[in-house]
Write a protein that binds this ligand. Structure first.
Ligand SMILES: [Zn+2]
Length: 108
């Protein structure tokens, strides 16, 4: 049995500012990584990995986002948690593991 792979997706069109990618946000409370989230591109073969077998609902729920910031704002609602979405979202970056299959349309 060959291992699952998690590789960068290829884009066929020129990225533009309004482009979004479809990702899944898995977590928190993954085995061995409490309070961490894993972010994969929708359809990544690694989503069927043993690690995620208790997170089927997460792996089936795609989000359309353009940046890592949007993933964090989606997961940690600034209105609920009371932080500044423009400057304080970076406080949460360390809680997310963005896998190489997630290919952001913009580099900003
Ligand atoms: Zn992946």
């Amino acid at each position: 049995m060959s291992p699952t792979t998690c590789t960068p997706t290829t884009t066929t069109s020129t990225p533009d500012a309004s482009a979004q990618v479809s990702v899944v946000i898995i977590g928190p409370n993954l085995r061995g990584e409490d309070h961490k989230f894993h972010v994969h591109a929708t359809g990544c073969p690694e989503l069927s990995a043993h690690l995620y077998r208790h997170h089927h609902r997460d792996t089936k729920r795609p989000y359309q986002v353009a940046t890592a910031r949007e993933v964090i704002l989606t997961t940690y609602d600034p209105a609920v948690l009371g932080y500044d979405p423009d400057t304080e979202w970076t406080d949460y970056v360390s809680e997310f593991n963005f896998f190489p299959c997630v290919h952001w349309p913009t580099t900003t």
